[in-house]
Structure formats: C-alpha cells, structure tokens
Write a protein that binds this ligand. Structure first.
Ligand code: DON
Length: 321
C-alpha cells in the first residue's frame, strides 16, 4: 500500500505551526556538547504497522538517546533476567522530583530506587546489564538495540566526553547508591555504562520504529519478529505513562495520552497502541513516533515537540485514555 499524502501534508503543516514553540525551551546547557545543538530544529517521524514512514521537519539529524535509553535498558535487562528480577531491584513509582534529584532518597530511604527512569534508578539498572565490564555491558545493550532498529548504532564520543566531565551530580548519586548497597559494581564503572548508553546516536526514524515495537507489545509488525514479551512491554508502557516525561507526566497523560519517553537531547519516543474503535482513520492500527526538538523545557522535555504531540494526539484521537 502507498503512503497517504494527506497524513504527510498534515504533519508538515503541524511542524510549521509548532516551530514557534521552540522559544519555550533552551538546549541542555549542563552537558556542554548538547548545549551546542541548534534550538530552532524540530522534526517528527511516524511509522505505521505496514512500514510506512511519515517524516516532516528536521529529521535528517542524529542525536543522542539520553534518558530515552533508560526505557531501553529496562527492556533489555528484563529480557535477560526476567521482569521479576528487575522489579526486585527498582520500583515503578513516580517521584514528583526532578530526574536527577537526591531528595526522594534522603526523605523516604526506600529499599530500592523509585523507578528506572530517574537517574538513580537508571544507573542502578544499567550497572546490572550482563557483562563483567562496562564495555561488555554497553556491547550487550548496543546489540539489543541494533536488533530492534535493524542497523548498526554507535556512540557520540564528544557527547560522552562532555557528559563524563560534567557529571558531578550523577557521580554523587552513584556514590549514594553505592553506600545504600544498590550498586554492585564500582561507581566509575556504573557511570561509564550509564553515560555510554545516554550517548548512543539515533534518528527520529529509529525512535519511531522502537516506539512501534513497544506499542505492539514487543512485536515488530513489519518484520514479524518478536523481540520481547507482552508483560515487559506492558510495564515499559506503564513507566512511560507515569514517569516517561518526568514531572510533566500527568499533564502529558492528560493532553497527549500516549506512552512516551523523553531525553534532554530533545528526543521523544512515543508508542501509540492500536485503537480499533477510534472515530478517526489515521493510525488507528497504532504507530511509533520519534520527535527531535533540542530546545527543552524546565522538566527536560522537548518544548515544541510536546506541544506538537498534543496537537497530533487530539486531531487523530491517539490518546489511550
Ligand atoms: O544523566 C543525565 O542527566 C543525562 N544523561 C540524561 C538525562 C535526561 O535525558 C533526562 N530527560 N529528559
């Protein structure tokens, strides 16, 4: 089947309508290399279950996964050790604090990090990836992701070096985790694997494809390959809804209603499950979405990207709620 020109035109129109919203954010200055991105960029790719890509705006730019990697490490680790193993070591509760906050630990003294999407939970689970060294752990994750996207991936060395030098807070968090006995490997090794996974380069197309696989409960409807179980996909989607957009997750659920994960590079990966009873035709059988818009808001989410998803979800009735 052909791609639908109306969908393509509509996306291009929405990109132009939402470009103005880039002024609501700034590039992530605390990782200097990310701070250099062009804040005026905005792009989106949507992928349907038949393999049609609809891409509009600035989609020829590669960017790093940043926190989007946290959802993928969670899935990869759950595939390897089983969901129970992972959920014994990290909870599925939102914190209501910033993604890199130490406050929830100090106040609540939990017996495990609150969720795998805050930095403390992410560092904890990245350290558990199979392999004796951070290099082996990274290779394991990279291989898992390459299987999902169907082509080789690599790290952005400049972004890695930039974050490594600037990661004082993550280092502090990792020491905290070590002291609380959540971290079985050394602090520097845990930081190394965590920052490596954040520095993996992707495109909006890659994010759309992974989003589609999550929407389809671990199954790729285009290649017909099953990558992970329904139960893993289900918990991943719950986490995306409750914690995926950090302290905007409630608003995002109310106004967009699509399981999604953001990163401070300006990427958003969203998984639109099939909605066969929908009154609208577009993406009724589900979709994956990849967004890039490096001007991020105070919560760390692409400012224009979030506004655009709001419009798309409303017009095409994509909310799961
Ligand atoms: O650890 C950090 O601060 C970054 N590498 C990732 C944070 C992030 O992407 C949060 N997202 N919205």
């Amino acid at each position: 089947m052909q791609t639908n020109p109306k969908i393509q035109q509509q996306l291009e129109k929405w990109i132009e309508e939402n470009r103005g919203h880039v002024i609501l954010g700034t590039t992530a200055q605390y990782i200097p290399e990310l701070g250099k991105a062009d804040p005026s960029k905005l792009g989106i790719c949507m992928l349907d279950e038949e393999g049609h890509y609809y891409c509009a705006g600035d989609t020829d730019i590669e960017f790093t996964l940043q926190s989007i990697s946290k959802a993928l490490t969670f899935i990869a680790l759950s595939c390897h050790y089983g969901l129970d193993f992972v959920l014994e070591r990290v909870d599925v509760e939102p914190t209501g604090e910033a993604f890199n906050s130490i406050i929830p630990f100090e106040i609540h003294r939990p017996n495990k990090p609150f969720n795998p999407f805050i930095n403390a939970g992410a560092i904890t689970i990245s350290a558990l990836l199979p392999g004796q060294t951070s290099q082996k752990k990274y290779e394991y994750l990279l291989h898992f992701l390459e299987e999902l996207v169907g082509h080789p991936l690599e790290m952005n060395r400049e972004v890695y070096d930039s974050e490594w030098k600037a990661s004082h807070r993550n280092r502090a968090l990792a020491y905290y985790l070590k002291e609380a006995k959540f971290l079985e490997i050394e602090v520097e090794e845990a930081l190394d694997i965590y920052i490596r996974q954040c520095s993996i380069k992707v495109s909006t197309k890659d994010l759309a494809l992974i989003g589609l696989i999550i929407a389809y409960d671990g199954y790729n409807p285009i290649t017909k390959v099953k990558h992970f179980s329904e139960e893993i996909a289900q918990v991943a989607k719950v986490l995306m809804v409750t914690c995926g957009m950090y302290n905007s997750s409630g608003n995002f659920a109310a106004h967009v209603g699509i399981p999604a994960k953001s990163g401070v590079s300006g990427g958003i990966m969203a998984a639109v499950p099939p909605k066969l009873h929908s009154q609208t035709y577009e993406f009724r059988a589900g979709a994956g979405i990849g967004v890039y818009g490096p001007a991020i808001d105070v919560q760390g989410n692409s400012a224009a990207g979030t506004m655009m998803l709001r419009q798309i979800s409303k017009e095409w009735d994509l909310s799961i709620f």
